[in-house]
Design a protein. Structure first.
Length: 129
């Protein structure tokens, strides 16, 4: 038995975080672009399938793609790479690091404090009139 109290902290998955939304957008765009390229070059692909050397080349490419999809180490590497790229892209537009979020929050609180001080001065001035 553990002496620590049980905590039911639910962490967000990658897709629930802001970088996940960016990742989903880029994944959909990538799949759309891939479908467009396959459609655009379908005539050339069919020409390659008409001779033996073309079939061998396309099967080699297909074999490499299948290997990358089925190999757990490759999937993990690709997943980490994709997530880090999406975090970097999201970080350009949104502050996602905890220290940056706290600094922004502190600066917002300081500006609110300055505004409140100005409003208090206005109120004191109106009370004296």
């Amino acid at each position: 038995m553990s002496s620590f109290p049980e905590t039911n902290i639910k962490t967000k998955t990658f897709w629930e975080k802001p970088e996940g939304k960016t990742g989903a957008f880029f994944l959909i765009a990538l799949l759309g672009g891939l479908a467009y390229v396959l459609f655009k070059f379908s005539a050339q692909i069919l020409l390659m399938l008409q001779n033996t050397l073309g079939i061998v080349a396309l099967l080699a490419i297909l074999g490499v793609i299948i290997y990358m999809v089925l190999d757990p180490k490759w999937r993990t590497l690709a997943s980490y790479f994709y997530k880090s790229i999406m975090r970097w892209i999201t970080g350009i537009f949104v502050t996602i690091d905890p220290i940056g979020i706290l600094k922004n929050y502190i600066s917002d609180l300081e500006s609110n404090l300055n505004k409140m001080g100005g409003q208090l001065d206005n109120l004191r001035g109106q009370m004296r009139e």
